[in-house]
Design a protein around this ligand. Structure first.
Ligand code: SF4
Length: 351
């Protein structure tokens, strides 16, 4: 697993004011989700992992342009042909060896044939998958979101490419040195002076949350700051899971001001925590599945968390067998977060 490295830039406004601390898109969205989550992410210097959602046996990484698909398809066909050739040659060798040296040597040749055949089968499956991707790519319709509507609009990747957008990976994080803010979208689409940031949401629960809107506004803002004058960014795209279906989130003035306001609130929360003023616990429904509140077994000298460079004392919670659990949010804010696992395991703190 890799993580994005924050860019190192000088951060000051034209009039010399420095906005501190430096914030990234991921930490900002955690603040929008819950100020305690934002502080945990900020103080542990967590950044989002760049990899997509985990691949199951039936899912595979999609490719994002027709030339990429066609090159991979050609390579898979070539490899499959070579492996099938190897399997055929091994089969002939197995027959000849068994005739000359007896059945036992022939069986060894048969293993070679099976080995080649297994690889040929694997490449054959790749060919079928890539062929399907190619068909989907060619079936895209010339369709794009209406930039004049503020509503979230459904999009499909291949429709956008048919509409003339080109897909590009993002190499380096985008930076706004005035806001002392940075972020790295998953990739971007470009058509002339229109640049659209794309984010792949690993887990989509069927709803968009406030932090998703702030994230897309942040990416749109960073695109406008980083790609130079004259660049337009009317919306950002979210793709769901492994699919190429998603939504366009228009970059409206309201969403821009929500983004700027969320940066201001995050920095206020960071300033207040230095004065030992903690944000209040949120509604318990937010904690139910929050990774910062998920209890884990306490392994002395191993599972402790380090916040702002210092190890946190453990806030212990015990199950019926006196097994000790703790969580990052629990240790940081000295409480027992109301995570669903806390209820399932009936964890209790010692009063
Ligand atoms: S466990 Fe609850 S309070 Fe803690 S970070 Fe998560 S949502 Fe916020």
């Amino acid at each position: 697993m890799t993580s994005t490295t924050p860019p190192n830039t000088i951060a000051s406004t034209p009039d010399g004011e420095i906005h501190e601390p430096r914030l990234g898109v991921y930490v900002l969205t955690e603040f929008v989700f819950c100020p305690r989550a934002g502080l945990c992410a900020h103080e542990t210097r967590r950044e989002e992992e760049e990899e997509g959602p985990p691949l199951s046996f039936f899912s595979f990484n999609p490719l994002y342009s027709l030339p990429e698909i066609e090159a991979s398809l050609q390579q898979a066909v070539n490899e499959m042909t070579w492996y099938l050739g190897g399997a055929a040659l091994s089969a002939v060798l197995a027959v000849i060896l068994s005739l000359w040296f007896g059945k036992l040597i022939g069986v060894a040749g048969a293993f070679g044939m099976l080995w080649f055949f297994a690889f040929a089968l694997q490449r054959g499956i790749d060919v079928l998958r890539l062929n399907k991707q190619r068909k989907d790519a060619l079936a895209g319709k010339h369709k794009e979101p209406n930039p004049n509507l503020p509503d979230v609009q459904d999009v499909h990747w291949w429709d956008l490419l048919q509409a003339g957008f080109e897909s590009h990976p993002v190499q380096d994080p985008l930076v706004d040195s005035e806001l002392n803010f940075w972020g790295k979208p998953f990739r971007y689409l470009r058509r002339g002076n229109v640049v659209i940031p794309v984010w792949r949401m690993p887990h989509y629960d069927g709803r968009l949350h406030p932090q998703n809107f702030v994230r897309m506004a942040a990416y749109c803002h960073l695109v406008q700051k980083s790609f130079g004058t004259g660049v337009e960014c009317p919306f950002g795209i979210i793709l769901f899971g492994h699919s190429l279906d998603g939504v366009a989130i228009p970059f409206t003035p309201q969403r821009r001001s929500d983004f700027v306001e969320s940066i201001r609130s995050a920095r206020t929360a960071i300033a207040k925590i230095k004065e030992r003023e903690e944000p209040p616990a949120p509604d318990r429904s937010l904690c139910a599945r929050c990774p910062y509140g998920k209890p884990m077994v306490h392994v002395p000298n191993e599972s402790e968390h380090v916040c702002a460079g210092k190890p946190l004392p453990v806030k212990s919670a015990y199950d019926a067998n006196r097994k000790c659990f703790h969580s990052l949010c629990g240790d940081r804010f000295r409480w027992l977060p109301l995570h669903e696992d806390v209820e399932k395991m009936d964890l209790r703190t010692e009063s």
